[in-house]
Write a protein of this length. Sequence first.
Length: 283
Amino acid sequence: MSTLATLTKWRIGFFNAVSAAAGCLLASDTCGWNIVWPVLGTFLLACGGSALNQIQERKIDALMERTKHRPLPTGKLSLPAAWGITGIFILTGLACLALTGRPVAVVLGALALVSYNLIYTPLKRITYLAPVIGAIVGAFPPAIGWVSTGASMRSPALLGVVMFFVLWQVPHFWLLLLGATEDYRRGGFALPTTDLSLAQLRRITFVWILGTATLAILLPLFGVLQHTGAFLLLAIAAGWLAWRVLRGLFFGEHSRRAFAAINIFALTTLVLIIVDRMRMQRF
């Protein structure tokens, strides 16, 4: 089971599933048990995409300290077995999205895989702007949840949530990079440090994170949060994020703590959105 968990990166799948749940709840006042199919489908697709990514980068993973213990580089899992697991997760995920009765949900799921595995993954070795280009991947999970209800995609609420996760995606990767620069260089990835110093990259990352936190605070203007308590908690979380990232990037703490902080903030934002909407839902 540990090999399967490592191959599919279930934690990332879980995060994407929560994003889909938030999108579903935002779109409909009576989402009910119909939420199961888009959430499960998004989870399975994300796990399948992560497994496919490890197949694509298995030789690169073997060169990097942080990834050399994954199932394919170590030989714990054969390539045919990895392909089989990947296929099962992707096909089952698409089937779950099909059960929503909304073809557009299936299309968005397929586009998410194309964006992540066929565009973003190869671009990482070509240009260090790949995280900016690939940030669109973060838009798909909440959009899948949204369209699965049949709601129109022309909504300020959907726009606000999508913009938040697109913005979050970029510093998420750069913080990971700052904690393992030499490792990524060994893997042959295109690095922004070819044109920028680490100090400059830290400053750019911090500004990007401030932008992400600011957009989160502005989500009520998009109609995403309705209760004052949820907004206040989100504002406190945004302040905590700025403080943790400031310490992690400029005051001696390891950047991995800043990386953990921005992920915790994103999950907190999702939980607040879900709780806020559930108080208004009729299940």
